[in-house]
Design a protein around this ligand. Structure first.
Ligand code: XIL
Length: 329
C-alpha cells in the first residue's frame, strides 16, 4: 500500500506462472503476487511474438491470464509493449525486409488497435514504445533505433510521424489509458534521456497523446547510482507527463559460491530505495514496478553473468531490499 495513488507492481509471465500448473511453488507465488502488489505487468505475454505469432493469428491466452488474475484480486494492469525491436515474431522480421512505410504502418496500426482495444478499460498505463532510442555505446550513437526496430526502419524518413500515430491509435482504442515511452539507462540525466526529452517535446508539439515517461530501473551494482534520477523525472513531469519506474531490479556479480556479500545485500536495498524515493518525490510518479519479485523467476541470470536481482530469494524469503521498499513508502 503506497501513499497517494502510487501503484506498486510486479511483472508476471502469465503463460508460465499463471497457467502452467506443474510448478510446485505456483500456489505460494500467486498468493504473494496477489497480496503484495497493486499492479501487474505481463512480462512477455503482450509482446508481439507471444500475442501476434502469425499475421492473422492473435493469441491472448497469456495476456488474458494476467488480466483475469488482476481482476480477481482487485489489481490493475500495465500494458507492455506495442512497439519494440526485440521479441518480434519471425513473420514480422521476414516481412519487414521488403516493407514500404505504408505497409509497416498498416501492420502496426492493426496490431495496436486490436491489442489495445481488447483490453480497453482494463489497462491503466501502456508502454506504447519501448527502447526506441539507442545508447551512446551503440553503433550510430544516441538516435532513434531506426536500424533494429523494423517499423522505425521502414519509416526512417519520418519516424516521429509514425510514433505520433502509434500513440494516436492507442489513444483511440483506449482513451482512458495513460500512454508511455519506456527505456533502460533512462533513470538519470544523460545523453539518452536528453534525446527522450527532445522527442517528448516534439511529440507533444505535434499533438500526440503522449502521457508518460518510464525508466525501467534495471540497475547493476557494477555501476554507480545516478543521483540525477529525481531531477530527470522532474523535467518530464514539468512537460506535463506522468513518470514511472517500470521494471526495477538490482543485479550483482556473485562470488564462486553464487552468494552475495553482506555489503552487496545492503547496497542493493539502498538502490531499490533510491529509485522508490526518486519516484515518491515527484508528484506525477504513478507506478513503481519490480521486474518480478523472486530470484527463481528473474530474467537476470539468463541474460547477465549476475544474479540476486529481486526483492525475494528463490524460496520467497524477503531480502533487506523488500524491507527497504516497505519502509520507504
Ligand atoms: C525480458 C523478460 O523478462 C524475459 O523473460 C524475456 O526473455 C526477455 O525480456 N526490458 C524490457 C522487458 O522492456 O520487456 C525485458 O523483459 C527486460 C528488459
Amino acid at each position: 500500500e503506497a501513499p497517494r495513488d502510487l501503484k506498486i507492481g510486479s511483472a508476471v509471465w502469465g503463460q508460465r506462472d499463471l497457467l502452467d500448473h506443474d510448478r510446485k511453488d505456483l500456489t505460494e507465488f500467486q498468493r504473494i503476487l496477489a497480496a503484495e502488489f497493486d499492479s501487474l505487468t505481463p512480462e512477455n505475454d503482450m509482446k508481439w511474438a507471444e500475442i501476434h505469432p502469425e499475421p492473422d493469428v492473435y493469441d491472448f491466452s497469456g495476456a488474458d491470464a494476467v488480466a483475469d488474475f488482476a481482476r480477481a484480486h482487485g489489481q490493475e494492469v500495465r500494458g507492455h509493449t506495442l512497439l519494440w525491436h526485440s521479441q518480434n515474431p519471425e513473420w514480422v522480421t521476414e516481412a519487414s525486409a521488403t516493407w514500404t512505410c505504408a505497409e509497416a504502418r498498416d501492420v502496426l496500426e492493426d496490431h495496436v488497435r486490436t491489442v489495445v482495444g481488447r483490453y480497453a478499460g482494463e489497462i491503466y498505463e501502456w508502454d506504447v514504445a519501448n527502447e526506441i532510442i539507442q545508447d551512446d555505446w551503440d553503433a550510430g550513437g544516441v538516435q532513434l533505433r531506426t536500424e533494429a526496430n523494423p517499423f522505425l526502419k521502414a519509416c526512417a524518413d519520418d519516424p516521429v510521424d509514425l510514433l505520433g500515430d502509434v500513440f494516436r491509435w492507442a489513444h483511440e482504442a483506449d482513451p482512458e489509458a495513460v500512454l508511455f515511452l519506456n527505456d533502460y539507462n533512462a533513470e538519470g540525466i544523460n545523453a539518452k534521456t536528453d534525446a527522450y526529452y527532445e522527442l517528448a517535446q516534439e511529440l507533444l508539439a505535434d499533438g500526440a497523446p503522449l502521457h508518460g515517461f518510464g525508466a525501467q530501473g534495471h540497475l547493476s551494482l557494477q555501476y554507480g547510482f545516478d543521483e540525477s534520477m529525481q531531477a530527470n523525472f522532474e523535467r518530464f513531469a514539468d512537460l506535463g507527463l506522468q513518470v514511472a519506474v517500470t521494471e526495477a531490479d538490482v543485479r550483482m556479480p556473485l562470488g564462486e559460491d553464487g552468494e552475495p556479500t553482506e555489503e552487496q545485500i545492503a547496497v542493493q536495498a539502498e538502490r531499490y530505495d533510491k529509485m522508490l524515493q526518486a519516484c515518491l518525490n515527484v508528484a506525477t510518479c504513478s507506478s513503481f514496478t519490480v521486474w518480478g519479485f523472486d530470484d527463481g523467476r528473474s530474467w537476470v541470470p539468463d541474460v547477465f553473468p549476475e544474479g540476486y536481482a529481486t526483492i525475494m530469494t528463490e524460496e520467497f524469503v524477503e531480502k533487506p531490499a523488500y524491507d527497504a521498499l516497505l519502509d520507504g513508502l
